[in-house]
Design a binder for this molecule. Structure first.
Ligand code: SF4
Ligand code: SF4
Length: 95
């Protein structure tokens, strides 16, 4: 089982409160706001953490994706990128 599958399994066993805390922590670590693809619409909607929440509600022009350098990628064992356009890690894995 790869790291993301292990993390996802652990999260399933967490209480709703613990899950919420983890999402808040990950959101604070998210570096999307520094990405060339991150636009004013995303900022206005306060969107972040697309790897968990899925696609942006904004129209997005793909310029680059800095997800591979984000600490959340290493911590969660993420294997994709451009989550704001393509959907969450779970969606991309068809989980
Ligand atoms: S991997 Fe990407 S979407 Fe997920 S927290 Fe990091 S920068 Fe944000
Ligand atoms: S998900 Fe990737 S492409 Fe989209 S804003 Fe975050 S770092 Fe940039």
């Amino acid at each position: 089982m790869d790291k993301f599958m292990e993390t996802a399994k652990k999260m399933e066993q967490m209480s709703p409160e613990a899950k919420k805390q983890m999402m808040t922590k990950n959101r604070s670590m998210c570096i999307c706001a520094k990405c060339p693809t991150y636009n004013s619409c995303m900022k206005e909607k306060n969107e972040l953490l697309f790897c968990s929440t899925g696609k942006s509600a904004c129209s997005v022009e793909m310029k680059a994706c800095i997800c591979p350098t984000c600490p959340v990628t290493a911590m969660m064992g993420l294997t994709h990128a451009y989550y704001c356009v393509k959907g969450s890690e779970k969606e991309l894995r068809r989980m």
